[in-house]
Design a binder for this molecule. Structure first.
Ligand code: NAD
Ligand code: GLY
Length: 355
């Protein structure tokens, strides 16, 4: 087992993140050890329930099975979770457990943060994206017709319990979407200010085949590196007042792509990779990096053969980017590369971008 933790000094919040690769049938006991005999409900993805329901062994009455995929990260499912918890008479001392990808984790986390003004919440991420990113750091929320994640809260889980065996059944596309976030970390590593040198870019280059074959130990080490980078950032800036913005590398443009294509054509990770490509092009245009770094980045990205995304009308995308949470009335914030594994935030006006 790999044991990590998050320790947020400002608010004195801390919690363990355990990465394991033993049998999934032991997960229930591990979850229960963090619940301490209290009452709980399990919010679980429909697909994960189908594949792992029996092995996980929770009773029907304690489970709320939700359809996942971006279009289900909505008010309706948020309400469903709250009403289920109310029907089960959860009290302030009880807990909500999320078992699934980023959609179920974000939804259940948001519900946990609102139920009785906040009850314990345990994340059991079952997609690569959720393991390396969404289950850690406390961002929760839902999408609305006005945009992605515009309603939500910062609410840290009580524990994050990862088992890389879950990743064996992810379809190729969902596995690659997680690799999109992994690639993101490799380009922001130095800016994460982690006190350990992790060399994620080298790890990706040296282990590409093993990663793609989903070798358990390689994936667990990969997840460990990404989480160390993420926790380093979250510990310094939980509420995204500054440093945490770097985690949005590739996201400003990526979110616009997702929105323009109505969340139907591309996964989050695919859109983020396109956002990273856009950020590298913009950085070359603005002379922030030389072309060699862009070629180097292209090579890293090509290793995972991500789905290609066509060019959409920039005017329409800019309109959508103006709705980004980081945008102000007259500028859009982009995280751009400035050196190897280093990024910074830059503001652009609409006119700048259209040029
Ligand atoms: P998802 O939750 O929709 O899961 C993707 C698909 O994988 C679903 O169809 C699901 O049923 C299936 N699945 C899940 N686990 C599986 C398994 N073990 N085997 C087989 N299939 C499985 O999507 P996602 O990519 O995990 O998460 C995307 C969401 O995460 C987006 O809404 C994004 O905004 C959010 N996100 C949040 C944060 C954060 O900090 N909170 C960070 C990054 C992304
Ligand atoms: N995924 C971006 C963040 O957690 O801040």
């Amino acid at each position: 087992m790999i044991s990590l933790s998050v320790n947020i000094k400002e608010t004195e919040k801390s919690y363990p993140i355990n990465i394991e690769w033993d049998s999934i049938s032991s997960m229930k006991e591990k979850i229960k050890s963090f619940i301490d005999g209290k009452n709980f409900i399990v919010v679980i993805s429909e697909k994960v329930e189908k594949i792992y329901g029996k092995e996980l062994g929770f009773n029907k009455e304690e489970k709320l099975v939700l359809k996942d995929g971006e279009k289900h990260k909505n008010f309706k499912n948020f309400e469903k979770i709250l009403k289920f918890a109310l029907r089960k008479k959860l009290t302030r001392k009880d807990a909500i457990v999320a078992i699934g990808g980023g959609v179920v984790g974000d939804l259940a986390g948001f519900a946990a943060s609102c139920y009785m003004r906040g009850i314990d919440f345990i994340q059991v991420p079952t997609t690569l994206l959720a393991c390396v990113d969404s289950s850690v750091g406390g961002k929760t929320g839902i999408d609305t017709e006005f945009g992605k994640n515009l309603v939500g809260s910062f609410y840290q889980p009580k524990a994050v319990l990862i088992n890389s065996n879950f990743l064996k059944t992810l379809d190729e596309r969902q596995f690659k979407t997680g690799l999109g976030e992994v690639v993101k970390y490799s380009f922001i590593e130095k800016s994460c200010l982690c006190n350990e040198e992790l060399h994620l870019t080298n790890f990706i280059s040296d282990n590409t085949e093993k990663i793609l074959k989903r070798d358990n130990l390689t994936l667990s080490n990969l997840i460990q590196i990404c989480i160390k980078l993420k926790t380093s950032v979250v510990e310094k800036d939980e509420k995204e007042k500054g440093l945490r913005r770097i985690l949005n590398f590739g996201h400003t443009y990526g979110h616009a792509i997702e929105q323009y294509t109505k969340y139907k054509k591309f996964t989050h990770g695919e859109a983020v990779v396109e956002g990273i490509n856009f950020a590298f092009k913009l950085a070359v245009k603005k002379n922030l990096i030389d072309k060699n770094y862009k070629f180097f980045a292209d090579d890293i990205i090509k290793k995972f053969k991500f789905r290609e995304i066509p060019e959409y009308p920039i005017k329409k995308l800019v309109e959508l980017m103006k709705m980004d949470k980081k945008a102000t009335s007259d500028s859009i914030v982009f995280i751009l590369p400035t050196d190897y594994s280093t990024v910074e935030a830059f503001e652009f006006t609409e006119k700048d971008l259209l040029q």
